[in-house]
Design a protein. Structure first.
Length: 141
């Protein structure tokens, strides 16, 4: 079974080559976004989101506007990408951060983001992970 991966922010030149392995071969990934560019507070929609922990512990984040807290985590999709891409760097300290669900690398970038789903790809192992918001606690003043 073959299918095309259609992602508006990417240049996709080749098709899905192995449904069994779920490996997607694409020509080139361009214009990648970081988590900082897409993460919004689940309560107020604020954009000033600060990573308040360290990767060895958890991925807890705090909204600077309403002080709500939440974790940005990932779930395996069983898919991976083989592509030539720009280098995916680890985020700066304090920037929104999560890890690859497969290899736990912090070198993840946004592959696709829609209202109901955000997919991340790993710059280290090529795995595609689904981003999930968990442990949400509304803030109060």
């Amino acid at each position: 079974m073959f299918a095309w991966l259609i992602v508006p922010s990417l240049t996709v030149q080749q098709k899905l080559i192995s449904a069994a392995r779920r490996e997607i071969v694409i020509g080139r990934i361009e214009n990648v976004n970081s988590l900082k560019e897409i993460i919004r507070c689940p309560k107020c929609g604020g954009v000033e989101i600060v990573y308040s922990c360290e990767p060895k512990c958890c991925f807890n984040h705090v909204c600077a506007d309403c002080r709500s807290t939440f974790e940005i985590n990932t779930v395996k999709t069983g898919q991976s990408i083989t592509a030539a891409t720009t280098t995916v760097e680890e985020p700066q300290s304090g920037d929104p951060t999560t890890c690859c669900a497969s290899c736990e690398s912090l070198r993840v970038a946004v592959l696709k983001s829609e209202d109901n789903q955000t997919l991340l790809f790993c710059g280290q192992c090529g795995a595609i992970s689904k981003m999930v918001i968990e442990e949400f606690m509304p803030g109060s003043f």
